[in-house]
Design a protein around this ligand. Structure first.
Ligand SMILES: Nc1nc2c(c(=O)[nH]1)N[C@@H](CN(C=O)c1ccc(C(=O)N[C@@H](CCC(=O)O)C(=O)O)cc1)CN2
Length: 295
């Protein structure tokens, strides 16, 4: 029997309905959450993602305030834009779309973002709060993975989970979230998490001992069927575009589906959750800025 498909598109659509209801309720207090996405240059994938964010904002009744900057923009000009968005009361949440062109320093831009508007959760204050078990904003992709696990009732508490990848955007915050004592209303936690990477010695020994494997290595083919224990859940965070334009994840071995118990597809798995959880964080930001409970 094949693996259950974890449908990120459907889950994200259901989450957006809930978010739209919250946005309507905030409207009754005169609050319209606004998301500013700063896009530097003309990376085609980033343009798709930013357009998606703008479209989804409109659909749930939020404001979207796009900032397109030339690929040649200087670091100080980028920081000036961040400063302007920090000061703009119509902006609840700010993200600087990654990757940035090589001459720009993304960490400095993240550190410059007002931590109460940092809906990517990458400012050191927000990363620190997540580590401390008191998250303000959990980065969108890890939050999306956690919501998918909760929605599909995949046991996390007490489970052995391997996170393959150690990025600041996905691997590290996700490992923290899954292993934490769940915060009130938080989606998941209490797992035993092993963070692996492509240089982990005998990686397969780790993944074969896992009930859940999150593949966020950014390397196509990073997980093969022989590395998966029968019935395990596989969450694929990778996105790679082939020359013919088709998309695939870090999992390229089609036989993983025969071994796994549940699997996220690419496209249609974690990706749609990323944009939706960014909206969720922006509503949260608007509530925090208005002095309302964050929920
Ligand atoms: N500042 C940030 N930059 C980047 C982030 C981020 O969270 N913050 N994540 C990714 C890009 N990303 C959102 O920004 C993103 C990735 C994938 C998708 C998505 O919906 N993918 C679809 C396929 C879409 C396509 O046709 O390409 C899917 O997987 O089904 C949305 C957003 C890096 N940068």
């Amino acid at each position: 029997m094949g693996a259950t498909t974890i449908d990120g598109k459907a889950t994200a659509a259901a989450e957006r309905e809930r978010i739209a209801t919250e946005v309507t309720a905030l409207g009754e207090h005169g609050i319209v959450p606004g998301l500013a996405a700063v896009l530097v240059g003309d990376d085609p994938a980033s343009e798709v993602y930013v357009r998606q964010k703008e479209r989804m904002c409109e659909r749930v009744g939020m404001r979207s305030l796009g900032e397109r900057l030339d690929a040649e923009v200087s670091q100080s000009e980028l920081l000036e834009v961040v400063d302007r968005l920090n000061a703009d009361p119509a902006v609840s949440g700010i993200i600087v779309q990654m990757p940035l062109p090589d001459h720009l320093d993304e960490v400095e831009a993240q550190e410059r973002t007002d931590p109460t508007k940092d809906v990517d959760g990458l400012h050191p204050e927000n990363a620190g709060r997540l580590m401390r078990g008191d998250p303000r904003f959990v980065p969108a992709t890890p939050l999306g993975c956690a919501v998918l696990l909760a929605t599909y009732e995949i046991a996390v508490s007490g489970a052995n989970i391997v996170v393959l990848g150690r990025s600041q955007l996905v691997g590290r915050p996700l490992a923290t979230l899954l292993s934490a004592k769940p915060s009130p209303g938080g989606p998941v936690g209490n797992a035993t998490v092993t963070v692996c990477h492509t240089r982990t010695r005998d990686l397969a020994a780790h993944t074969r001992a896992a009930d859940v494997i999150v593949v966020a290595a950014g390397v196509a083919g990073a997980l093969t069927a022989d590395m998966v224990s029968p019935g395990a859940t596989v969450i694929d965070v990778g996105i790679h575009r082939a020359e013919d334009g088709s998309l695939h994840g870090d999992v390229t071995d089609p036989t993983v589906e025969e071994v796994a118990g549940a699997l996220t597809p690419v496209p249609g798995g974690v990706g749609p959750m990323t944009v939706t959880m960014l909206l969720e964080n922006t509503v949260r930001a608007a509530r925090i800025q208005a002095g309302l409970p964050a929920v």
